[in-house]
Design a protein around this ligand. Structure first.
Ligand code: NCD
Length: 309
């Protein structure tokens, strides 16, 4: 197993199966201990910087909650306009500065590769909370945790990933995590939004079982987990292309009840229109529980990279 202390969390592909099992076990333990109101002051005296250059609700707030739950404190910002970026400061200079103040950095930025660039100059471990259409590894780990929670195991499961697989960073990191398990992957998207070729090539090279289709209804029938994603409006150069594709898939309660009532439905959120609200009170609708799980998984990651467990 990799030594976690001091590690940057940048990419879903950096984890082996034992690493993933360790992170998910620690997360489950933290959940139990929080439930019993046991003290979890592992990061007392440590400061997390949350540097969010792009909009976020769950990722930033769950990182912050996780740090508070571990007894640490948080500084940060939630939009680039309020920082010296607006005066022309480079990302590297901002990171070099914040690195003087904090012990850990969680960041989100519109440029692919930005977290890696930050990690190359920061002394503090960097946790990538999304770099453009690149990676979002902490989300992928909390997604794996959620599947384990909801269904017992990822091994043997058929996972259907649907929506904007081209621009969706949660699914880019997701496949790098899921490939460590014995599961089948089905990618559902319009052709214009399919999984990037380099990711598919990597999966082929590693002998991962996957298939691509545009047929959501067909995929639902054989799915254990359906992971819906938002069409990533902010990544489209052409607004008309977005208008054409935005309604590609809309999951309704009837689609599930009539074909696969045991389906687990996930979504990293925010949703726009891709899951009808009538799905929300189905037992298998796991997306708000999934958001809650983000706290435990981020607690686990921060305690591990700070070498406290
Ligand atoms: C996702 C993201 O920012 O990539 N949200 C999240 O972190 N929970 C998904 C999205 O914005 O569509």
């Amino acid at each position: 197993m990799t030594a976690f202390k001091g590690m940057d969390i940048l990419d879903g592909s950096q984890f082996s199966r034992p690493d993933i099992d360790r992170i998910l076990d620690v997360a489950a333990d933290f959940d139990r201990r929080l439930e019993e109101h046991l003290s979890l002051d592992l990061l007392h005296g440590y400061v997390l910087g949350t540097l969010f250059f792009e909009p976020s609700t769950r990722t930033r707030l769950s990182f912050e909650t996780a740090m508070h739950r571990l007894g640490g404190s948080v500084i940060g910002f939630s939009s680039a306009e309020s920082t010296s970026t607006a005066k022309g400061e480079t990302l590297v200079d901002t990171i070099r500065t914040v690195d003087q103040y904090v012990d850990l950095i969680a960041m989100r930025h519109p440029a692919v590769g930005s977290a890696r660039q930050a990690a190359s100059v920061a002394r503090a471990p960097v946790l990538n909370g999304g770099d453009g259409a690149g990676q979002h590894p902490t989300q992928a780990l909390l997604d794996a945790f959620t599947i384990q929670r909801e269904r017992g195991s990822l091994d043997g499961a058929t996972l259907v990933l649907c929506g904007d697989l081209k621009n969706g960073r949660t699914v880019h990191s997701g496949v790098e995590i899921y490939k460590n398990f014995n599961c089948r992957l089905v990618f559902v998207s319009p052709e214009a939004l399919c999984m990037p070729a380099e990711i598919l090539d990597g999966l082929r090279r590693q002998g991962v079982d996957f298939q691509e289709t545009a047929d959501l209804a067909g995929a639902i029938q054989k799915a254990d987990v359906l992971y819906m994603t938002r069409i990533q409006k902010e990544r489209f150069a052409d607004p008309e292309e977005y208008e054409r594709l935005k309604g590609s898939y809309i999951l309704t309660r009837a689609m599930i009840e009539n074909s696969n009532p045991r389906l687990t439905v996930m979504h990293p959120l925010p949703r726009v229109s891709e899951i009808a609200v009538d799905v929300d009170d189905l037992q298998g609708a796991a997306y708000f529980r999934q958001a809650r799980n983000g706290v435990f998984v981020r607690m686990a990651l921060m305690a591990l990279v700070m070498g406290k467990i």
